[in-house]
Design a protein around this ligand. Structure first.
Ligand SMILES: Cc1cc2nc3c(=O)[nH]c(=O)nc-3n(C[C@H](O)[C@H](O)[C@H](O)COP(=O)(O)OP(=O)(O)OC[C@H]3O[C@@H](n4cnc5c(N)ncnc54)[C@H](O)[C@@H]3O)c2cc1C
Ligand code: FES
Length: 282
């Protein structure tokens, strides 16, 4: 039995899409921080996607994806009523959420979707949540309205200044931390952003959690693909994470490992685009 898509919503045309699908065995136990591994076709690649939200009553989970290569492009061909071939989850350790005071949650790119689920969890236990989101331009911002429903403040940064602060989320974070006492910072987004967040929060000595996105294959700790170094020790992000103490992560190694299959990925996506008459996006 496949996993039927009940709702598909384009968030950023041609780039980011939200899909809600039936997964009655996953929805009741999915927690903030968990992810699923999906396969779109027989012999297809397995890819991890964060559970951006869930509805246990309706037995659905929500994913938000950015089309970057063959499997996300294949997923994007599916429409409401179609089925995702298989979905494994919930995987990974859930976020440690406890009442602690004020928590700043930062999201970049599709990381905002994952951050939204975590931030909502913090708000539900009574923490004051400050959300900081960033994108290239205002048209690439995600979940601003959803975050505003439970955040004390939503601070925005865009590279071109089309909305909020002109510049990086780390600059917004830096000035916020200079004037407020914060118990934890959570960052989800591109590795380069999470590394920069860790550098800022180290200055203020604020505990910081990042959600790592290494290449994953099985998602259950058997293949070793998602190996990361944390505090000088080998960890498997799929079972030991994906969230870790940002001040202990070797981000440079993670960036290096993420590029391991760049050539093959580019070739595969080029072939997909040629077959489907699509233009390759940057
Ligand atoms: C725990 C976790 C949660 C994630 N959540 C989301 C999410 O909610 N939304 C989203 O858009 N993306 C998410 N990602 C990234 C997503 O898995 C990749 O974008 C996807 O695998 C790309 O596959 P592709 O075939 O379309 O592209 P490809 O051309 O194969 O790859 C493009 C890039 O994606 C990454 N990637 C490729 N294969 C994998 C793989 N098997 N596992 C992990 N990364 C891979 C690499 O950086 C690669 O360079 C998450 C990754 C992890 C590890
Ligand atoms: S994905 Fe295989 S060990 Fe983590």
């Amino acid at each position: 039995m496949g996993f039927k898509i009940v709702k598909k919503r384009v968030l950023i045309p041609g780039r980011v899409t939200e899909v809600v699908f039936l997964a009655p065995d996953i929805a009741p136990t999915a927690k903030p921080g968990n992810f699923v591994i999906i396969r779109v076709r027989e012999n297809g690649e397995r890819i991890p996607l964060t559970i951006a939200d869930k509805n246990p009553e309706q037995g659905t989970i929500t994913i938000v994806y950015l089309v970057v290569g063959t499997t996300t492009a294949l997923l994007d061909l599916l429409q409401e009523g179609d089925e995702i071939l298989d979905v494994c989850g919930p995987l990974g350790k859930p976020t440690k959420i406890e009442k602690k005071g004020e928590v700043v949650c930062i999201g970049g790119g599709t990381g905002i979707a994952a951050m939204h689920h975590i931030a909502k969890g913090h708000a539900e236990v009574g923490n004051k949540v400050i959300s900081i989101i960033g994108a290239r331009t205002k048209d690439f911002l995600l979940f601003e309205e959803e975050l505003a429903k439970f955040s004390a403040e939503v601070l925005v940064a865009t590279n071109d200044g089309s909305k909020g602060h002109k510049g990086l989320v780390t600059e917004v974070l830096d000035s916020y931390l200079a004037n407020h006492t914060v118990q934890e910072v959570v960052a989800v987004g591109p590795v380069v952003m999470m590394k920069a967040v860790a550098e800022v929060t180290k200055k203020y000595n604020v505990f910081t959690t990042v959600s790592l996105n290494p290449i994953m294959v099985d998602g259950i700790g058997m293949c070793g693909a998602c190996r990361v170094s944390v505090d000088g020790q080998v960890k498997f992000a799929c079972v030991d994470g994906p969230e870790f103490d940002a001040h202990k992560v070797d981000f440079d190694e993670l960036m290096h490992r993420l590029n391991s299959y760049k050539q093959q990925e580019e070739l595969s996506y080029k072939q997909f685009c040629e077959c489907h008459g699509k233009e390759k996006k940057n």
